[in-house]
Design a protein around this ligand. Structure first.
Ligand SMILES: Cc1ncc(COP(=O)(O)O)c(C=O)c1O
Length: 359
């Protein structure tokens, strides 16, 4: 970050932003990565790029963060909430085809906890109906499905570098672009609707307003903060793998004995080790456990509330019973502390406390 300041370039698209782009492109083997100010903004860019508009529908999993859907609703599209699989908590691909209509503009699978969705089926259905796929890969950087990186299947994918993610710059994200036809317009939308990037490459002699857009590029100081972590990505991912495995080994028997569901990783998937969640038998026990841990100085959290039952979801017609798996999972899920400076001692303490929780 000091170097960014010394470079005299702390606005967007400076040397560290370019390093981050090059890193993501090389590591993931993708056409183009563009840092953004958040994953939310990367999703907004994808909605603009697909020209989502009133009259369009977008299919999203009901169990996700609001940004997955808001990005498209902002453009006037109507959300279609699909229920999730009870094992991976990812969009239930067996229900996908029935949700498609002539108005479907995009399918936005979320790789929940960095465990890949059933991408073969999703991509096949999308191709047969000529519908774009945007992967919300907020959790899944470096996760793989059938040996291919998450974020490299759809025409675009969004990444998050929010504080809670494996790699972070406080607030940040990226748009990964796999469809070359979207590349030039993506640069323009990210740069306030101007052809500034072409100007700096010497491809035009002045830059001007050519499209709609906004300011979606982060400061180079943030890019420097992020790049320092990219330089250590193997170490960070190894540590997160160890954290995940210690929880898994330490809690397997306890979970079996108490009807607690631990994460399921399909054989085809290599996860990104983003989080460790558990499904308690019911809401009452989940709330009791969160309070029990909090009283002992451990902060655990739950998420997401079913989108179709939120105020906005109901305004789009959502009602109880539409997505039964999401409705159940949302009551049962708890996330254990999981961050890059968590030690095995911290984790042993959490595991010991869990073993002492009375059901
Ligand atoms: C699945 C999903 N998509 C999008 C986001 C939004 O990410 P950001 O905070 O970078 O905008 C989140 C946030 O955690 C998320 O979990």
């Amino acid at each position: 970050m000091k170097q960014a300041i010394e470079n005299g370039h702390i606005s967007g698209d400076g040397p560290f932003t370019r390093k981050c782009h090059a890193f993501l492109e090389k590591e993931l083997g993708i056409r183009k990565a563009l840092l953004t100010t958040s994953c939310t903004h990367a999703l907004e860019m994808s909605a603009i790029l697909l020209e989502a508009q009133p009259g369009d529908e977008v299919i999203i999993p009901d169990f996700t963060f609001v940004s997955t859907v808001n990005a498209f609703v902002l453009r006037g599209a109507r959300p279609v909430f699909l229920d999730i699989r009870p094992d991976t908590l990812n969009l239930d691909e067996s229900k996908l085809e029935a949700a498609i209509t002539p108005r479907t503009k995009a399918i936005v699978p979320v790789h929940y906890a960095g465990v890949g969705c059933e991408m073969d089926t999703i991509m096949d259905i999308a191709a047969r109906h000529d519908i774009a796929v945007v992967e919300d890969n907020a959790h899944g950087l470096f996760g793989k499905y059938k040996a291919k990186f998450l974020g490299t299947f759809g025409s675009m994918a969004s990444q998050s570098f929010h504080e809670t993610k494996n790699f972070s710059c406080g607030e940040g994200g990226a748009l990964l672009i796999n469809d070359p036809q979207l590349l030039e317009r993506a640069e323009i939308i990210r740069e306030k609707g101007t052809n500034r990037s072409r100007f700096f490459r010497g491809q035009v002699d002045k830059y001007t307003w050519v499209d709609i857009g906004s300011s979606y590029l982060p400061s180079d100081i943030l890019a420097a903060f992020l790049f320092a972590q990219f330089e250590q990505h193997e170490k960070i991912q190894l540590h997160r793998k160890q954290v995940w495995e210690l929880y898994h080994v330490g809690l397997k028997d306890w979970a079996n004995a108490h009807d607690v569901q631990l994460p399921y990783i399909p054989e085809d998937c290599e996860q990104s080790y983003h989080m460790f969640y558990m499904l308690l038998p019911d809401l009452e026990l989940r709330q009791k456990l969160i309070a029990y841990l909090r009283e002992r100085g451990i902060y655990s959290v739950f998420h997401y509330l079913p989108l179709h039952l939120s105020d906005m979801g109901q305004s789009f017609g959502g009602k109880i019973g539409d997505c039964p798996v999401t409705e159940r999972v949302s009551d049962q899920l708890i996330r254990l502390p999981f961050h890059n400076s968590l030690t095995s001692n911290d984790q042993e303490q959490v595991i010991d406390l869990l073993q002492g929780f009375s059901f």
